[in-house]
Design a protein around this ligand. Structure first.
Ligand SMILES: Nc1ncnc2c1ncn2[C@@H]1O[C@H](COP(=O)(O)OP(=O)(O)OP(=O)(O)O)[C@@H](O)[C@H]1O
Ligand SMILES: [Mg+2]
Length: 288
């Protein structure tokens, strides 16, 4: 390895590759509620990063900011060095929303949902081409949902719904996948299918950010992990992030043993948690 590469620098005469996802000091309020407080995060290509934090810590808001679905009050998001709108237009970002954010009654079949991933490839008329149909069939096959293609999306099980949205990302050829709690209410088989698919996608160069409350599954699933409590408290190797003293920063001192719910202030911060910056020091020291 060259000296430049060893230091993470581009060789002389070449510009450094842009991170896949760059979140710089992003602050988001919903009215008076502070959801993200100058959150910063940088993800390299072909990595799987787990996003963990307690309910209300801002995980879904971070996904929406990365997608460009909400405009930050401060800070910015860059996808491959460009604003999210560009990546979205090009179909570069796949998004598996949290179940609560989806209208499951909407009259769309599973195939329709996956075909949405092809919109960026279609012309003004949005008439699917042979290639679009082939991409949808292949994606459905990869997530093992071919037999459910004609079913209304709301009439799938929880795990099947998640797999349908993963298929949408696959069909669109996304190089970045954002998955908001894809394992919530999902059985072991669907979890294993999704985990295998994510590993395959990452091996093909896809960058994956995935929120989960399943801390036990994190080391097998992820290359790195982020602790969120409105701010990014920590970003590092899963086994380091999962150390009890680090989890305590995001979930409360007693999360492992005693009742650690704690009191929160009006902004949703646990006592003092929003003021702590302990992990900023090791943020990006990711020799992993
Ligand atoms: N549409 C909204 N209007 C007002 N407040 C909101 C809205 N969406 C989220 N919030 C608030 O913003 C904060 C962050 O919410 P967010 O949904 O991002 O958290 P989360 O980490 O995804 O939580 P969970 O683990 O429960 O999914 C919370 O205090 C939440 O109540
Ligand atoms: Mg959420």
């Amino acid at each position: 390895m060259s000296t430049h590469a060893a230091r993470g620098q581009a060789p002389l005469g070449q510009s450094a590759p842009q991170p896949a996802i760059q979140v710089e000091g992003v602050t988001v309020h919903y009215g008076e509620v502070l959801a993200l407080d100058s959150a910063s995060l940088s993800l390299d290509h072909a990595r799987i990063c787990g996003l963990i934090g307690m309910n209300g810590s801002g995980k879904s808001t971070l996904f929406k900011a990365i997608m460009g679905m909400i405009r930050p009050d401060a800070g910015r998001v860059l996808i491959n060095g460009a604003p999210p709108a560009k990546a979205r237009k090009e179909g570069g970002i796949g998004y598996v929303p949290q179940s609560e954010d989806v209208d499951w009654q909407f009259p769309l079949s599973v195939r329709d949902v996956v075909m949405m991933g092809r919109y960026g490839h279609q012309g003004f008329t949005r008439r699917p081409s042979k290639a679009d149909r082939a991409a949808v069939d292949e994606a459905l096959d990869r997530v093992e949902l071919s037999q459910f293609a004609g079913r209304q999306i709301g009439q799938l099980s929880g795990g099947q719904k998640k797999r349908a949205f993963v298929a949408r990302g696959i069909a669109q050829g996304a190089t970045i996948m954002l998955l908001d709690e894809p394992f919530a209410g999902v059985d072991k088989r669907s979890e294993a299918t999704i985990t295998r698919l994510l590993r395959e996608l990452a091996a093909d160069g896809c960058t994956i950010l995935i929120s989960t409350h399943d801390l036990h599954a994190l080391p097998q699933l992820c290359d790195e992990a982020v602790l969120l409590m409105h701010k990014v408290l920590m970003h590092g190797a899963p086994d380091v992030v999962l150390q009890p003293e680090n989890l305590a920063m995001a979930f409360g001192l007693d999360v492992l043993n005693r009742d650690g719910a704690g009191e929160r202030d009006g902004a949703g911060h646990r006592d003092g948690a929003g003021d702590r910056q302990p992990a900023q020091a090791i943020d990006h020291e990711r020799g992993i």
